[in-house]
Design a protein around this ligand. Structure first.
Ligand code: PGA
Length: 241
């Protein structure tokens, strides 16, 4: 049985004090799923210090351990802050900051060495989707990201780029079929047993109205939520789907 995991990705939003109020409100309830928040770097320590149940994670880290990389955030600091997870390869990082499958793979390995869960994001563009290249693109991203990686300790997030922040959610059928494809690919790279343990999230315009249907899909074990994770009432509704 895979424990569902819903993570709010605040991206470059939310002031420190507002985030702490949000977290306090969120922690008043109890859930039998994993709930996480990925916030901006400066908020990570106060958030983690206050969190009792909610998992706290970074939105990115560097693929080198240390050195002259101005403006970057190292895995060692994430470890020192006792963070639970870190997003890797979000499409916004791939699109705007030239993140490659190779750096994604390096980051995953560094995070796993420090026992921080990588939340590995994959997804096809609108053009690739329309050209029916989804299978090929996703399989390649999975294969390269997970090369020589202990996959059972990763969470995978399938986020079609055309669904992120656009209000266009993939239908549960599309989301399920790609999440199934990802599980099959992981099985071919490792084993069916390992693939069946890996949690796979869907992300892209998830909201309180569509979460239930998405979570009912066999291979969808959670959600990575952007916009709807910024409003406490929406996020609470989401996690109690
Ligand atoms: P969205 O973002 O929910 O606003 O579409 C999802 C994400 O980028 O993780």
């Amino acid at each position: 049985m895979r424990k569902p995991i819903i993570i709010g990705n605040w991206k470059m939003n939310m002031q420190i004090a507002d985030g702490l109020v949000f977290l306090n409100d969120l922690e008043k309830e109890s859930y039998n799923i994993d709930v996480g928040i990925a916030c901006q770097a400066i908020s990570l320590i106060p958030m983690k210090e206050q969190a009792k149940k909610v998992l706290i994670g970074a939105q990115n880290t560097n693929d080198e351990l240390n050195g002259a990389y101005t403006g970057e955030l190292s895995v060692d600091l994430l470890k020192e802050a006792e963070l639970d997870f870190c997003l890797v390869g979000h499409s916004e990082r791939r699109q705007y900051y030239n993140e490659s499958d190779e750096t994604v793979n390096k980051k995953i390995k560094l995070l796993l060495e420090k026992q921080i869960t990588p939340v590995v994001c994959v997804g096809e563009s609108l053009e690739q989707y329309e050209n029916k290249q989804t299978k090929e693109v996703i399989e390649k991203q999975i294969e390269l990201a997970l090369q020589d990686v202990d996959v059972k300790n990763c969470v995978i997030a399938y986020e079609p780029i055309w669904a992120i922040g656009t209000g266009k959610t993939a239908t549960p059928e599309i989301a399920q079929s790609v999440c199934r494809l990802i599980r099959k690919k992981i099985a071919s790279l490792t084993s069916v047993e390992i693939a069946n343990k890996v949690r796979i999230q869907y992300g892209g315009s998830v909201n309180p109205e569509n979460i239930k249907e998405l979570m009912a899909c066999e291979d969808i074990d959670g959600a990575l939520v952007g916009g709807a994770s910024l409003k406490i009432n929406d996020f609470k509704k989401l996690i109690s789907y």
